[in-house]
Design a protein around this ligand. Structure first.
Ligand SMILES: [Zn+2]
Ligand SMILES: [Zn+2]
Length: 253
């Protein structure tokens, strides 16, 4: 029991520090790339950090139980031997995780935009107007719980190498922060209107318009279900676009 508690505490600390380091780094970069973008948002950012640290505890409890079960009880399908599965499976597993997480997120996100659910579960996240690099984990406890169960459930269902699981968590953290920071990090080939990936330009439009762009990593479900609103117009500017201010207006809304 003590070991399980320690595992939950350790995971909470890891998730909280990961959030503070990643969001802090991109908030710092935002100050350099888009000076003044977060001007006047101090009270909002303090609320975002508060909700995010509460979310870190919820993620930490869930991850801590699974990590303890993996280490002490042999739970989960996480493996560490490089030859335990064929080498081609190594990159396939994280792709399956991202697709499964994206599917869960898309459908729960659509549910959370129904009025009853929005008020009780999702309003906290949309209180960030505009979102910032600190908004990445700014969720109500119920929404954090919904997110915190996905990866811990998947490790029981889909085998994955421990290093690939860390890669999934790194992608999840990076995209969560950069999608909210208010400017585009990725080149147009990855972030443009025809891309299948979700980056800041796409998620920014969700925060602007609410009823479009519900996905997390991929535009697959948004396109299949007709909820893809394209990218923000003008797109969140890339670092190299800021000084050029080239007035891009492409988008499909
Ligand atoms: Zn968001
Ligand atoms: Zn939403």
């Amino acid at each position: 029991m003590t070991a399980a508690l320690l595992s939950m505490l350790a995971m909470t600390a890891i998730v909280a520090l990961r959030y503070l380091a990643t969001s802090g780094a991109f908030a710092f970069a935002t100050g350099k790339v888009r000076p003044g973008l977060y001007r006047g948002l101090g009270p909002q950012i303090r609320r975002e950090i508060g909700w995010s640290l509460a979310s870190a505890a919820i993620y930490g409890v869930s991850a801590g139980i699974v990590a303890w079960g993996w280490a002490e009880r042999g739970w989960t399908q996480i493996y560490t031997g490089w030859t335990a599965y064929p080498l081609w499976y190594l990159p396939l597993a994280p792709l399956l995780y991202l697709l499964a997480h994206d599917t869960w997120f898309y459908w729960t996100h659509r549910l959370f935009h129904r009025p009853w659910w929005f008020a009780r579960v999702h309003a906290v996240h949309h209180a960030s107007r505009p979102p910032t690099a600190w908004s990445a984990m700014s969720f109500s406890p119920l929404e954090a719980l919904s997110g915190a169960l996905v990866i811990p459930a998947l490790v029981f269902a889909i085998p994955i190498h421990a290093a690939m699981l860390l890669a999934v968590l790194a992608i999840m953290t990076l995209m969560g922060v950069t999608n909210h920071m208010g400017w585009e990090l990725f080149p147009r080939a990855l972030a443009g209107p025809r891309s299948w990936l979700i980056t800041a330009s796409h998620h920014q439009l969700h925060h602007d318009r609410y009823a479009r762009n519900f996905g997390l990593y991929f535009r697959l479900w948004d396109r299949v279900c007709g909820t893809d609103g394209g990218i923000a117009v003008p797109p969140a500017p890339r670092r190299t676009d800021v000084r050029q201010n080239d007035g891009q207006t492409s988008g499909s809304i």
